[in-house]
Design a protein around this ligand. Structure first.
Ligand SMILES: *Cc1c(COP(=O)(O)O)cnc(C)c1O
Length: 483
């Protein structure tokens, strides 16, 4: 399998080359040259594989269609070591729970929650990041190289990256975060890590200051090369590919025959998670709707309703109670637009390159291809507000005795608006409520339950370096710790 850029660059690359890269040289995102089709016989075989051999074996089947530069036995071993009951809490890894079965136009229509948040940091990002940790360690050892991951986080991504990379050979993590602005639980999760290869840097400032520092350091190409600076951001194809697997696993749990259809509702920010659903659907998984649920930062909902993609400035980006979806532009969205426009790289380059930076928007409303986003690709969308979130959390707790996190609540709210008679709807649970306890307390007057491993973490010793918002200081710190 070869990979190409969404902006038309002529180069083609193998999986392991794009694994360690960020953007393509022309600023585009990598995608496979084609999506392997999963025919009904294969789908049946994968169902049996998942049921009898488990999630890791299913992951191997999916990944091996896209990765041909890692020997099969090694790839299988990487999957086996990633998706274990010890790391993800259950044998199913992503167990499905039926919430209820409302009647839609007289037909019982089951509504499920797919648990993706029982990994080490209690958010779905562990599903992909844990695999990335094993893949990085494997590929760096094979090349005899090292990588220093520099990142900025406001919470979920940074901790998922640190828990995936801790103790891995050849990798160091330098993670900046805005000092004092993460929740006490999130700070405790990250700062209590004592591994030598994990460095927490608390920056005096806000998240944008952290991102500016990462950009400044990455733009110093000599420094970047000398210190082997890399990233683990959400545009990495390997992360997206890992997420494709749980769409299949969710489907197999919700259905008993390979002709049945299901829909998925996905709490969305950067469009990474739901883009994996798009890939699964392109492969032939019988998905009816892919429901994109946004919060008040409704860049994506606006596009699917109107055909207008309008990025926001930082002043127009709302700080919400589902903060991991507070984005001003959706960094993975270009991948879907590439497919929507018939894989026309020149057109994508014009829209996302010059066009977007000049005008901050583009408009596909009049394009006949935009009209196909729903009927041909299954996309539907909706938006959820703080009041919707609280109401959904209260209703789910009162009627079903279940606490859900704020992002998952956005997904559930929009899922209910998009039910089709008799088509099971699977809502992806993207975090556990304990991560966003303050809003749960606001909604219910109750503290969410805490998994045993996290009891008392706020009292653990912390390992963090405080610094001014100064890229030079961060560079000096990296230099000192790369000796
Ligand atoms: C990252 C994240 C999201 C958004 O996922 P995207 O792939 O960026 O669309 C939603 N919920 C939670 C809890 C997250 O951490």
């Amino acid at each position: 399998m070869r990979y190409l850029s969404t902006r038309g660059h002529p180069d083609r690359k193998g999986f392991c080359d794009i694994l360690l890269e960020g953007l393509a040289p022309d600023g585009g995102l990598y995608l496979p040259e084609h999506y392997p089709r999963v025919d009904p016989a294969t789908l049946g075989r994968w169902r049996a594989t998942y049921q009898t051999q488990g999630y890791a074996a299913l992951a191997y089947e999916v990944l091996s269609l896209y990765i041909d530069d890692i020997p099969s036995a090694d790839l299988r071993d990487l999957c086996d070591r990633t998706y274990t009951e010890a790391v993800f809490g259950t044998r199913a890894i992503v167990p499905l729970k039926q919430l209820e079965q409302p009647e839609v136009a007289g037909q019982p229509t089951p509504l499920y929650l797919e648990a993706l948040s029982n990994g080490p940091t209690l958010a779905f990002k562990d599903m992909a990041m844990q695999l990335l940790g094993h893949l990085f360690e494997y590929e760096l050892a094979r090349r005899g190289e090292q990588l220093n991951i520099l990142g900025a986080t406001s919470g979920d991504t940074g901790s998922a990256a640190e828990y995936a990379m801790r103790g891995k050979k050849g990798v160091r993590v330098f993670m900046t975060s805005p000092d004092g602005r993460m929740s006490p639980f999130q700070q405790a999760q990250m700062f209590s890590l004592m591994d030598d290869n994990i460095h927490n840097i608390a920056i005096e400032g806000v998240f944008d200051d952290c991102q500016d520092i990462v950009k400044a350091v990455s733009n110093d190409l000599a420094f970047k090369r000398q210190y082997k600076i890399g990233t683990v951001n959400s545009i990495n194809w390997a992360r997206l590919l890992a997420q494709v697997v749980y769409y299949f696993a969710g489907y197999f749990q919700a259905t008993s025959a390979d002709t049945e259809q299901v829909s998925f509702a996905v709490p969305s920010g950067n469009f990474g998670n739901v883009c994996a659903g798009h890939v699964a659907r392109m492969m032939g998984l019988p998905i009816s709707r892919l429901v994109v649920a946004t919060n008040e930062n409704d860049v994506l909902d606006e596009f699917f309703r109107t055909g207008v993609y309008r990025v926001r400035g930082s002043a127009d980006t709302h700080e919400t109670s589902s903060p991991s979806m507070d984005i001003s532009k959706a960094s993975n969205f270009e991948r879907f637009v590439f497919d929507l426009l018939g894989r026309d790289g020149a057109r994508v380059r014009a829209l996302f390159g010059e066009g977007l930076s000049r005008e901050g928007r583009f408009d596909l409303q009049a394009d006949p291809l935009f009209v196909q986003a729903g009927p041909r690709y299954g996309f539907a969308s909706g938006r959820s507000s703080h009041a919707d979130r609280l109401a959904t959390i209260r209703d789910t707790h009162a009627r079903l005795g279940l606490m859900i996190d704020t992002h998952t609540a956005d997904g559930l709210k929009v899922a209910r608006e998009q039910l089709q008679p008799g088509v099971p709807m699977i809502v992806l649970e993207t975090a556990l409520p304990i991560k966003f306890a303050a809003t749960l307390v606001e909604a219910l007057g109750l503290e969410p339950e805490r998994p045993p491993a996290f009891i008392g973490i706020e009292a653990l010793p912390k390992r963090v370096t405080h610094m001014a918002a100064d890229a030079m200081a961060v560079k000096a710190y990296i230099q000192r710790h790369c000796a």
